[in-house]
Design a protein around this ligand. Structure first.
Ligand code: SAM
Length: 216
């Protein structure tokens, strides 16, 4: 049922080449993207779309993020094998698979019940097993904190304090922050109890909802 043959692998290698040209240089990130069969997340007829560098609708008004954005966020997260990573916004589950391929222990939380039900059934079917949660990830996941890395895959109005609080010493938080249509990628590092912040232009995510996100 899930076929990954030379044709799909060829398209995926091309995508990896495209990402390299666009400036992604972490070979571990590129290798992970080279492994995850992105076309499994698409209908058969959409194979060509699966390996273009663009976001795509996954239902419920949500999207599977653009591969460049997945690669950029993952690179900034500097994932090490064994890291405990919280992903806010499971969506299709594609990003979680990339993190798993990098050897992380992945906790992923989704706000939309339909997407949550779908993804927690689908991902194990294709061999990926993060720990799934349904809830408001703008409040983090206090029961499993602290995290070495936190990745937010929806656009936030501000950096939620709960996420900073749940970051371990030496941890990194990557989160798009801005208005509803355009965001900067904010990278926050916690070292010696102090925070350093770096910002990168310019991204367009669907809104982060919830207590510390946007109202509907
Ligand atoms: N990481 C996803 C992937 O790989 O397909 C893409 C995520 S999509 C751009 C953003 C997701 O964030 C949507 O599925 C949306 O329902 C979810 N979301 C929005 N607000 C949320 C919140 N407060 N907590 C958890 N998930 C949230």
């Amino acid at each position: 049922m899930f076929e990954d043959n030379y044709r799909q692998r060829g398209l995926r290698n091309k995508l990896v080449g495209m990402l390299r040209k666009k400036g992604i240089s972490d070979e571990r990130v590129l290798a992970a993207i080279g492994k995850v069969p992105r076309h499994f997340f698409f209908d058969d007829a959409l194979l060509e779309h699966a390996y273009q560098d663009k976001a795509f609708p996954i239902g419920e008004g949500q999207t599977i993020s653009q591969p460049y954005t997945v690669a950029f966020q993952t690179e900034k997260l500097r994932v090490q094998p064994g890291d405990r990573v919280l992903e806010v916004g499971t969506g299709s589950g594609y990003q979680a698979c990339v993190l798993l391929e990098m050897g992380a222990k992945v906790f992923t939380i989704e706000y939309n019940r339909k997407l949550y039900e779908k993804v927690r059934k689908f991902l194990p079917e294709i061999g990926y097993r993060p720990t799934f949660f349904l809830g408001d990830g703008s409040k983090g996941l206090p029961s499993r904190a602290p995290f070495d890395k936190i990745l937010v895959t929806a656009g936030a109005p501000v950096v939620p304090q709960a996420l900073i609080d749940q970051l371990a010493e030496g941890g990194i938080l990557v989160i798009p922050v801005g208005d509803r249509s355009r965001q900067e990628m904010v990278v926050i590092e916690k070292k010696g109890g102090k925070l350093t912040e770096t910002r990168y232009d310019a991204f367009a995510f669907v809104p982060l909802l919830g207590a510390e996100g946007w109202t509907r």
